[in-house]
Write a protein that binds this ligand. Sequence first.
Ligand SMILES: Nc1ncnc2c1ncn2[C@@H]1O[C@H](COP(=O)(O)OP(=O)(O)OP(=O)(O)O)[C@@H](O)[C@H]1O
Ligand SMILES: [Mg+2]
Length: 379
Amino acid sequence: MAGTPLVLDNGSGSVKVGYAGQQEPQVVYDNMYTAVRSSRHEPSKATSEALEKSNARLHVMDHGIVSQWEGLVEVFKAALDEMKVVDPSQHPCLVTEAPLNPTVHRELLVEKLFEELRVPAVQVVHSGALALYAINRRTGLVIEVGDGVAQTVPLFDSYVVFNAVQRRDFGGRDLTAYLGELLQKELGYKEALADEVWWTQLQTVKERMCRVTPQASPSRISRQDPVQQEYKLPDGKVLDWEQGLLSQCAEALFQPGQHLKLDEEAEGIHKMAASSVLGCGLDIQKSLANNVVLSGGSTLFPGMCQRVQEELQRLLPSAVKAKVTRVSKPTYAAFMGGSILASMSDLQKTFMTRGEYLEYGASFIHNKSVSLTKPHMMS
Ligand SMILES: Nc1ncnc2c1ncn2[C@@H]1O[C@H](COP(=O)(O)OP(=O)(O)OP(=O)(O)O)[C@@H](O)[C@H]1O
Ligand SMILES: [Mg+2]
């Protein structure tokens, strides 16, 4: 294969792109695009307004699933342009996908990469498992919560234990929306979530001020955390932690069924993690529980490691001790793991080639899936 492989971590919120071997993505691109719709007639004032609205930026991904394929191609091309990739046909491409997506989704992804970006070879891997590679561990449980997907992925000796993987469709975007609802309900804000300026405000408040409280002694952290204590909204109103409202936002990660637009039974990340550990063989449960790693931007809330550890421990037998840490750069961990993997010559041999695509079609990618990855590759 020709040039250095490209790594595309295709997240619901942003695409992280770079070359194999790079420590961090070279380009981080919002996974949004503007669908320009043309009208054959001179638009009236009403239709101009409607057009303006319809030309608003759209999310390319909806909870780990591409909802705008045209937009995906546009975003990938723009990101590669920004990276100054002159000729994508020279670079095999490792792309991430959320676990448990429909198989046809993976096929469409492969098709777009071969047809529209003209890459010479493709491999698709699940994002969650990659965080463990990023920190050079081979056994552990990854809890990844990004912008649209929450997933728990157990790996033993570099093998993903697929039947114990858990995935739910919630993430940081849902938390931002929930914060908007809380502000509406408790402080009377009427702004629509579709208003980009308001959305950006909400996201900033969430990222700077919200935190997770420990179960054991919720009052303990209120003044000591490094998070911002106050935030002034555009109308001059000041939000502060003591109002209590901000403590509710990240709570939704533990009770998504009650707070987010999901079915009531939807389990929080601690229950997903416990199901993943207990879904594995008794012989490896201790190693997994002792190596729980948080990844994805929505695990950045202060207090997360402690709270997840407490909640998880409660759900596990007492002999199985939970120890939870977070990777140092949670939003980049999947890219970093992908970058390490794509540098391995053995992994490169597993890429689906353009020749295979032309001969067998996109569904051939399922014959190419790796178990992330076989132990002999690690030596
Ligand atoms: N300091 C922070 N505190 C809380 N949330 C944060 C923080 N920084 C970023 N986030 C949230 O993390 C999310 C983005 O994370 P990430 O880049 O891992 O997701 P993604 O890869 O785009 O999506 P996914 O993997 O779910 O498809 C956004 O919702 C963002 O608001
Ligand atoms: Mg992600």
